[in-house]
Design a protein around this ligand. Structure first.
Ligand code: PMV
Length: 313
């Protein structure tokens, strides 16, 4: 069997985080120049059925049988076995490389899953459809996130901007014109499942208020889809600012994120918001091309740990 390779991008949420968990619309875009890659090759000198996992970026070099059953790779290979209806894999080696920052809201774990699932399908001569890849990556994501909405596995599988509502076919969003987004990391890890649980608790105390906030966020995602299709940067920026205010009302912002967002907008961003679960994690700003350097400097001065510029095609 010839060696095969597959890759998958990082991702960032542009509109609708948290509300998407409760059935409202959200939009996520791929971060195309950061990716996870999987290489699968035969290992003819290994014992029959042995799967070697070689993932230097996460310091993992082992065989499948040595992993705990709850390890994401164990879960992933069990899903592959079930989907392909095979009892054993041929002796093989899977090598994983990734330049997506880990545990930073950019979907690194999911990108590894998507790349590995696709490469395994190709290697075994049974290429998977996007729907199959996304569904398997979703099952693996549950290990990290408990009750994920499904937006991460969807945008990373399709590698296109996605308008997503839980339980519905994802819609790709063709963005008019090239837009530049600056992603700035707060340097504080964002524990998605804890923050999602905190929002759930707060919602139980004030259900009507939270439903109202989720509705408003869902409306912004809908307007955002239209503005992105028209390439209307003033509207997109304004919607990002409004979405951020609503996220603040949900209780998922923090002083550091607020400082970074003010700095970005003062330095010329068209709009900014926190992205992902919040508290720590990232902010995302839409930035006119000429201002990228200035906005980057401003967020770094406001305490950002790292910046990434991602441009739509
Ligand atoms: O922290 P991230 O980028 O994985 O995003 C979490 C997004 C939430 O809407 C808060 C949760 C979800 O499952 O969609």
């Amino acid at each position: 069997m010839p060696a095969v390779h597959s890759s998958a991008p990082g991702k960032i949420i542009l509109f609708g985080e948290h509300a998407v968990v409760y059935g409202r619309a959200a939009i996520a875009i791929p971060v195309l120049h950061r990716k996870a890659s999987a290489y699968v090759m035969a290992a003819p000198s290994s014992p029959a059925g042995q799967v070697i996992i070689d993932a230097p970026d996460i310091k993992l070099q082992t065989t499948l049988e040595n992993l705990k059953p709850e390890d994401p790779f164990s879960v992933l290979f069990s899903l592959l076995q079930k989907e392909l209806q095979i009892a054993n894999f041929p002796a093989l080696k899977i090598r994983i490389k990734s330049d997506i920052p880990i545990a930073s809201g950019l979907g690194s774990g999911t990108a590894v899953s998507v790349a590995a699932i696709r490469a395994m399908g190709l290697f075994l001569g049974k290429p998977f459809s996007n729907a199959q890849v996304s569904a398997m990556a979703f099952e693996v994501e549950k290990i990290y996130h408990g009750t994920p909405s499904g937006i991460d596995n969807t945008v990373i599988t399709y590698a296109k901007p996605i308008y997503y509502v839980k339980g519905q076919e994802p819609e790709t969003v063709e963005i008019a014109g090239g837009l530049d987004f600056l992603i700035a990391s707060s340097g504080i890890a964002s524990a998605t499942s804890d923050i999602v649980a905190a929002v759930r608790k707060a919602k139980e105390l004030q259900p009507a208020h939270y439903e109202y906030l989720f509705d408003e966020i869902g409306k912004i995602s809908k307007l955002g889809k239209k503005a992105l299709r028209q390439g209307d940067t003033a509207d997109i920026g304004e919607l990002m600012n409004r979405n951020h205010k609503l996220l603040t009302q949900l209780g998922v912002s923090s002083d550091k994120l607020e400082r970074m967002i003010s700095a970005a907008n003062q330095a010329g961003a068209s709009g900014s918001k926190l992205s992902g679960a919040g508290i720590g994690g990232n902010i995302i700003s839409l930035v006119p091309h000429a201002y990228i350097g200035a906005v980057e400097q401003a967020v770094l001065s406001a305490g950002a740990a790292e910046t990434i510029v991602t441009s739509t095609e």
